[in-house]
Structures are given as structure tokens and as C-alpha cells.
Design a protein around this ligand. Structure first.
Ligand code: DGL
Length: 269
């Protein structure tokens, strides 16, 4: 089984990391569309165009199942991706909402994400379908801070404090009683410890990486034969930068990264 994992950049490697733990027997193809990141500040049409060309690249390389490990692409372009490829596609908004569903007893949840994800209200919709109310907040400064490697930096701590205080205030204003905070962006799990410090202890912080991997494992039922699959990495911009930053997200060294050009006629149909 070859599983394609796609993100706008390196953030989706947190999902690949969980997948490697749950289904080590599968082969993986990971694509980070680093040349066109950030998706989180772009329009639905642009995100759909970028995401479908990325998804097609993965299926052309042999992916038999696609995990859209990018919240923005999942929120804005899941239908377009499903139309563009002939393999099953799973997005992380759905799995994130499932994780919130399992976590929340008050049925009020908070979601932090990119501006595009929040504007799409994909999380509010997915939570509503599961009988939860969701208060969403865009945190556009967090992706560049993580990309810069400012994980434990005082500037990041202050930015987080401001965003999360505003969100808690908004939730109070709307008379919500949230018990769960969803990290609705692939970069945010790297800030998890800082986020947990900045919110009340009563709020459970969840990200979709683990639950996504569990869901894929349940869907694919790959035979446990002790085999260890191979992983190929693709990036659309500097492979050196991908390797350096990506190793932090994956939690292990990344070896070879193949540079791909999705802007050419072949990729950008
Ligand atoms: N991967 C994006 C997400 O999960 C964050 C980075 C971007 O804006 O492209 O929403």
C-alpha cells in the first residue's frame, strides 16, 4: 500500500510521523508544496488549483490513498481534490472534528487555524454536524514564527498569549463553555507545549495527527507482516530547507528530498 501525504509545506510531517508509527508497513510519498506556501492566506480558487496539482503528482507517483495533511487544503479544496484523483482522499478537518467529538463533554470547542480555514468555517460546519458549537480564530502570525524556528521564543509566547486571550474572551462573550481546543493547522502541534501553558487547564488541546493516523489504519487494514515501508519526500522549493526544517516536524532526520515543479504543464492541469 502506497499512501500519499500532502501538505502546503513541512507541517504535514507531524501527520506522517503519526502514520509511520501506526502503519510502518506502508510505503509513503510525502509532498510539501513549499514554493507556494502559505496556503492559509490565499483564496479558495488558488488553494484548490495548488492542492489538486499536488494531489495529482502523488497519484502519478503511485499513491493509492491520499491524506490531505493540510487543514487549509482540507477546508477549502477537499471536493476539488476528490474530483481530480481516482483514489480515496481523507482530509484533516474531518479527523480533527472527530477528535473534538471524542474529547468534548460540554460540546463547545475552540479552533485555531489559518485565516483561510477560519473564513471557510469548515470546522464550524464539521463540528455542527457532530452536535458541537465551535468558536474559530485565525492566528496568521503562527505559521511564519514556526517556519522561522521560533518555537520557544518569547515573541511566539506573547503572540500566543494575545491570540488565546482574545479567543477565550470571544467564547465568554458568546456564552460558550469550551473544554477542547483544536489545533486546526499542521504547524501548531509544534507549539503545543506553549499553547497548553497559555490556556486554562480545563481546556484539552488536541491535534488531528494522531486521530488521522488511527483513522487511516482502521480504513486500510495494512497487514502487520513486520515489513518496514519506504518513504519518498518531494518538495517544490529548496530541498535543503525542507530537509532542515522538516526533520524537526518529523522527529527524525530526512534523507533524500526530490525537487518537483508543479507549475509546468504536466503538473498544473
Ligand atoms: N498547512 C497549512 C494548514 O494546515 C498551514 C501552512 C499554510 O498556510 O500553508 O492550514
Amino acid at each position: 500500500m502506497k499512501i500519499g501525504v500532502f501538505d502546503s509545506g513541512v507541517g504535514g510531517l507531524t501527520v506522517l510521523r503519526a502514520l509511520l508509527r501506526h502503519i510502518p508497513e506502508a510505503d509513503y510519498l510525502y509532498l510539501g508544496d513549499t514554493a507556494r506556501l502559505p496556503y492559509g492566506a490565499k483564496s479558495r480558487a488558488t488553494v484548490a488549483r495548488y492542492a489538486t496539482s499536488s494531489a495529482r503528482h502523488l497519484t502519478e507517483q503511485g499513491a493509492e490513498f491520499l491524506v490531505i495533511a493540510c487543514n487549509t487544503a482540507s477546508a477549502l479544496a477537499l471536493d476539488a481534490i476528490r474530483e481530480a484523483v481516482e483514489v480515496p482522499v481523507l482530509g484533516v478537518v474531518e479527523t480533527g472534528a472527530n477528535a473534538a467529538d471524542a474529547s468534548s463533554t460540554t460540546r463547545d470547542v475552540l479552533v485555531i487555524a489559518t485565516a483561510a480555514t477560519v473564513e471557510s468555517h469548515a470546522y464550524a460546519g464539521a463540528c455542527g454536524e457532530r452536535r458541537m458549537r465551535a468558536m474559530e480564530k485565525a492566528c496568521p502570525l503562527l505559521v511564519p514564527l514556526v517556519e522561522e524556528g521560533w518555537i520557544e521564543h518569547p515573541v511566539t509566547a506573547e503572540v500566543l498569549r494575545i491570540y488565546l486571550a482574545e479567543l477565550m474572551e470571544q467564547a465568554r462573550g458568546a456564552e460558550l463553555n469550551p473544554d477542547t481546543l483544536v489545533l486546526g493547522c499542521t504547524h501548531y502541534p509544534l507549539l503545543r507545549a506553549q499553547i497548553e501553558k497559555a490556556v486554562p487547564r480545563s481546556l484539552r488541546v488536541i491535534d488531528s495527527a494522531e486521530v488521522t493516523a488511527e483513522q487511516v489504519a482502521g480504513m486500510l487494514k495494512v497487514a502487520k507482516d513486520g515489513r518496514r515501508g519506504k518513504t519518498r519526500f518531494f518538495a517544490t522549493d529548496s530541498v535543503t530547507k525542507f530537509r532542515a526544517l522538516g526533520s524537526r516536524f518529523l522527529g527524525q532526520e530526512i534523507g533524500e528530498v526530490e525537487l518537483v515543479d508543479l507549475e509546468t504543464a504536466a503538473g498544473n492541469r
